[in-house]
Design a protein around this ligand. Structure first.
Ligand code: SF4
Length: 321
């Protein structure tokens, strides 16, 4: 595992909203039902346009950001629709992508396999009692079933956990067992973000030492695993410590909105403090002919125009920051 470099990983989301909506720590659990203008409940979760998704993917590619995974609300797309978006994304980034879209069936895994590097299970916590409490409608078992079949057909497996939900470091052995049993190759170690309106609103986020301890134990037990950690805006000062603990990459930073900001500069500085070369950039827009990038894609001319518009609106935001 290369621990001489590090990079930023961006998760690309395709929808807002979630049909589960009751994970106790999640911002979505505080949101009212999304309703149409006529007051009727929306049958479909609000989705991003495909041009917006692809514009973001082009940005990631040119700025050297890895795409952590492609994710969004379960049920936001019909399977065939999702497959089309996935094919477009694959065409733009030129490589397979991790999927974090709930527990997928065998048929779905087969269908998405040509474009998927692997599947991500949002485990959140390996402590079963806490899991029952904080994710009442998101059981772990279907994810593990998905892993069994993913393994059979050669798809990689990754998990996400959030520390600070009430678990202790003594739960690490359960995580270790899960990684071993299912051949997990990548783990995202996030820290609780206490959202207003949730039952965690007044809970302290986990300390940097505690987040580092989870990373270090994972690294010691699994020298080859890919470890990514989440920081949020308020935790850029812990990047160096978490990299030194053995993580590979950094996520959960609003890299477009805060491109070139002091916080973005601090992340790159923290990487240097940890003795890592920061691949890509959070601070300097490279000299790229962005419209030509879009023109080179094998897509309809109208569609390319819409991608350009989105891409240029992101770039304007990034230049203003
Ligand atoms: S499934 Fe995900 S988005 Fe939905 S409530 Fe749970 S954590 Fe939030």
């Amino acid at each position: 595992m290369n621990l001489k470099t590090t990079c930023f990983e961006r998760a690309i989301f395709f929808s807002w909203g979630c049909k589960i909506k009751d994970c106790a720590y999640c911002y979505m659990s505080t949101q009212p039902e999304l309703r149409k203008k006529d007051g009727k409940q929306n049958k479909q979760l609000p989705r991003r346009s495909t041009e917006s998704i692809l514009a973001e993917a082009i940005l990631c590619k040119k700025l050297g950001w890895q795409i952590g995974f492609f994710s969004g609300g379960i049920g936001a797309y019909k399977t065939e629709e999702f497959l089309e978006v996935l094919k477009d994304l694959f065409a733009v980034i030129g490589e397979k992508i991790w999927l974090n879209i709930g527990a997928l069936s065998q048929e779905e895994l087969q269908l998405f396999k040509p474009y998927a590097k692997g599947v991500v299970a949002s485990i959140e916590t390996v402590n079963p009692e806490i899991h029952d409490k904080v994710c009442p409608s998101k059981p772990i078992a279907p994810y593990l079933e998905m892993f069994e079949y993913a393994k059979e057909i050669g798809l990689k497996r990754a998990i996400t956990i959030i520390i600070g939900l009430g678990e202790t470091i003594d739960d690490f052995d359960k995580l270790k067992e899960m990684i071993e049993t299912y051949g997990v190759e990548k783990i995202h170690i996030y820290g609780l973000n206490p959202h207003k309106g949730t039952s965690f609103e007044n809970t302290e986020p986990p300390s940097s030492e505690y987040q580092a301890e989870w990373i270090k134990k994972t690294r010691d037990a699994f020298p080859d695993i890919d470890i990514q950690f989440g920081i949020w805006i308020d935790r850029v000062g812990r990047v160096s410590e978490l990299l030194k603990a053995g993580a590979n990459s950094i996520s959960k930073f609003p890299a477009i909105r805060l491109f070139g900001s002091e916080k973005a500069k601090e992340i790159e500085k923290q990487a240097r403090l940890a003795g890592r070369k920061f691949q890509g950039t959070l601070t300097m827009l490279p000299d790229v002919n962005w419209n030509a990038e879009v023109d080179s894609l094998k897509l309809d001319a109208d569609f390319k125009e819409r991608i350009k518009q989105k891409l240029n609106s992101y770039l304007r935001k990034m230049k203003k920051a």
